[in-house]
Write a protein that binds this ligand. Sequence first.
Ligand code: GDP
Length: 468
Amino acid sequence: MNIDDTIVAIATPIGEGGISVVRVSGRAALDVAQKIFQPVSGTLVADMPTHTAHYGYVCDPATDEAIDDGVLTVFRGPKSYTGEDTAEISCHGGLVPTRMVLGAALRAGARLAEPGEFTKCAFLNGRIDLAQAEAVQDIIRARTDEALRVARRQLDGVLSTRIRMLREEMIGIMAQIEAAIDFPEDVADLQPTYIAASIRDAVAHVSGLLSTADKGKIFREGIQAVIAGQTNVGKSSLMNALLRESRAIVTAVPGTTRDIIEESLNIRGIPVRTIDTAGVRETDDVVEKIGVDKAREMIDTADIVLVVLDAARGFEPDDEAILRGLGGRKVIVILNKSDLVRESDLVELEGRIRYWLKENLSAELTIVKTSAPMNEGILELEAAIADMVLAGGISTDGALVSNARHRHSLEEALSALEQALGTAESGTPLDFISIDLRSAVDALGSITGETVAEDVIDRIFSEFCIGK
Ligand code: GDP
């Protein structure tokens, strides 16, 4: 990326819509705007104050022919998204006008932006740090309100502030150690116990952040739930009840859910990909067998398995076979069609299943009673899913680690700090502590981008969309 380049991209989704925005950013952004935009007021772009919008015509720079009418918004650097001069042209939201406005900007001297290049500019210009830049993409990709909230807080700098404070504390300790090594006569004896206590503090802070990572990941990436169970127990109906719409095939003929049906749900703020599997059973039908094999594979990789039983049929050997393969996994047992069974029989059935689970899997699983077509027990099922994956709930208020890259860096920092702590406690010379502290400082710096390899930065932004 050349810092002198002026880049352009369509910032809105490609397709038909109310408006489209073409964004130009860089040293020559306002020149490009001047060449392709004629405001009805006649004001020169160079004279337009920052953060102002102007109605006019987008014109071909070669012929001056009007392409479309629209609004030009001017942002002057450094107080713009990218930190550079930026012009945003809103035109009619159609494929042809949008592409023609983009083409005009290209002919006027801008080059096509790479994915995420505007945000990369913002990062390189110090408008936001790397964790905040990553949050921008998380906001765009958020699938639930809670996922959005987590990403917003990261963009607001909640995580970055914690990381920066930790890093500064460690740099402070390093400076003291280095002073004690370089100028032993000027620095009063540095107490190893004091150093050890400071490092112990840092260890606790980093561990605290890491302890949020499992749950942070759940909100950012979501989980995968598989609905398993024999044919005809009501898996598709349950999926529909969870979806509150009918896309899965619901029919009374066994073995018709041959394909894997996948839906995205929002369960208490957790993005859940739910997969309705074909009945897991032995079959000679080739098409159905593919579905069954796929179902087994899905069950193996799922975060949570919802095992559905037909309460009217009771607890059958095939149900036992399904549950037997799930020892140690996160499983919720669903007694569906509970409307067809007397309450006392239901209680008896539940007791029998609990006993079997304890004897055979040494497990105490959550059992939920549902009646899918009547929407009964669905809220309880949602609560059970959320409880199970979040293990007691989590507040998304504090700093939350949601990104695998951040988690990895924190683990690196933690291991370096533990090493430093061991050294400090064993009374080894101070310079050994410095080396480990430096590793910890660098690991933390890679989260916010102070110390991070260029290929990592490139990889992060390459996953962005064009125009962001
Ligand atoms: P799947 O093969 O496990 O996906 O089962 P389906 O969802 O296709 O359901 C099989 C049949 O059972 C359909 O006729 C459903 O209407 C019916 N069914 C599903 N859930 C219930 C329930 O809770 N109560 C009653 N009475 N019928 C149900």
